[in-house]
Design a protein around this ligand. Structure first.
Ligand SMILES: [Zn+2]
Length: 395
């Protein structure tokens, strides 16, 4: 087999060993595609517990069949989260493989967007974000067991069901498992288009600003009303100035609602605002500015709600060290593995946010997450799975 039994040597496998291992995963490629297909064809929207629980049950069975001790974390509103603990040959702290099995696609999407293997790409809802990443976990664990007889170190797999809707029911468990782990590998999609791993993510928050004005008949009593819509428009102009792209702060008033009829001066209006920050230290300042908004029209009342949900995943020395390990593995295959900083958040923000070295974007390479053209590139599957196996070994 392409591994070696000497545990010292296994810390630093040579280029030859990696080429053999790549051949091993190329030999497993059709099985991997079969597994990805199986996962994609079970629809698992975040907001449909019975549907997503079917996905969770299948995953629990698959990880259990590899020798994982499965623990089901029950939740009332979302599918149960799945944890699988694997023993390892060493006493080292476990590494945490983190993923989610919910998707943004409502039940029935598969009919318009069926799994398809064409022109070197796999298509289907959730294939990139992030069912292929879960398949990589299964095959990396299986490979390490077959090369070494057992995993070289303990591994914890944690798969959540509510990542696409903010991870409110899984966050505490994710953080608790991360605290017990030496490193966290997040199997979210790689950065497009070349498959860079993600070493920094912006923090993400959501606010809503509600204006209460004074209604009046637009024709009979125009002077008596105080328009919540007019006030909202002025506030949005102020909020837009909070953007500071050079510092990595972006603020987007993305959804507005307000008013009832054209002949009524609007009594209420709301804006929902997406905010992104590059550094954790920026959260408080932005929050203060939003809470300090004052009405232009003294008869209007402002209420601001919300906050930062995910702090940024910052490119700490722990993150860089993991990236260097990933690069060293890639180099054995003459593969230049880049890193990327991205604006989107993931559960990696939570684990990095509490100081645990985290490397994200280790999943499939492709494009179109959350969109009709979502796909992964087939030829990238073997080396991505190999990279994960190598990282479990060397972290
Ligand atoms: Zn995702």
């Amino acid at each position: 087999m392409p591994g070696q039994k000497n545990p010292r040597e296994s810390q630093h496998p040579s280029g030859n060993v990696y080429r053999e291992r790549l051949a091993y995963f190329e030999g497993r490629q059709s099985d991997l595609i079969g597994t990805i297909r199986e996962l994609v064809e079970i629809e698992s929207p975040s907001d449909n517990k019975p549907a997503a629980d079917r996905m969770g049950a299948l995953l629990a069975a698959r990880f259990e069949s590899l020798g994982g001790r499965v623990r089901i974390h029950r939740t009332a509103d979302f599918a149960d989260h799945i944890q699988a603990d694997f023993p390892g040959a060493s006493e080292a702290k476990p590494v945490l493989l983190l993923g989610h099995f919910d998707t943004v696609y409502p039940l029935g999407t598969l009919a318009q967007m069926p799994f398809r293997n064409a022109s070197g790409r796999l298509h289907g809802p959730g294939v990139l974000d992030m069912k292929s990443g879960i398949a990589f976990m299964l095959y990396a664990i299986e490979a390490l067991q077959s090369w070494h007889g057992a995993l070289p170190r303990p591994v914890t797999v944690f798969l959540v069901s509510d990542e696409e809707v903010g991870s409110h029911s899984s966050r505490k468990i994710t953080e608790a498992l991360a605290r017990k782990s030496a490193a966290v590998f997040v199997l979210e999609p790689a950065a497009a288009p070349h498959g860079a791993v993600k070493t920094a993510r912006k923090g993400v928050g959501e606010y809503s600003l509600t204006i209460k004005g004074v209604a009046a008949h637009a024709g009979l009593d125009p002077g008596k009303g105080h328009s919540a819509i007019l006030e909202l428009a002025r506030q949005i102009a102020v909020i837009a100035k909070f953007n500071d792209l050079a510092q990595g702060i972006s603020v987007n008033p993305g959804v507005i609602r307000g008013g009832t009829r054209t002949n009524v001066i609007a009594a209420e209006a709301t804006v929902e605002i997406d905010v992104r920050i590059k550094r954790a230290a920026q959260a408080a300042g932005l929050d203060r500015k939003l809470h300090a908004l004052k009405p232009f029209d003294k008869h209007c009342r402002l209420t601001i709600e919300g906050g930062i949900n995910r702090l940024p995943m910052e490119r700490t020395s722990g993150v860089i060290a993991l990236y260097r390990k990933a690069q060293a593995i890639a180099q054995q295959l003459a593969w230049k593995l880049d890193e990327a900083a991205v604006g989107g958040g993931s559960d990696g923000n939570f684990t990095a946010g509490i100081g645990i070295p985290t490397l994200d974007g280790l999943g499939g390479v492709g494009e179109g997450a959350h969109a009709i053209h979502e796909h992964i590139v087939v030829s990238e599957i073997p080396r991505r799975t190999l990279l994960l196996a190598g990282l479990i070994e060397s972290a």
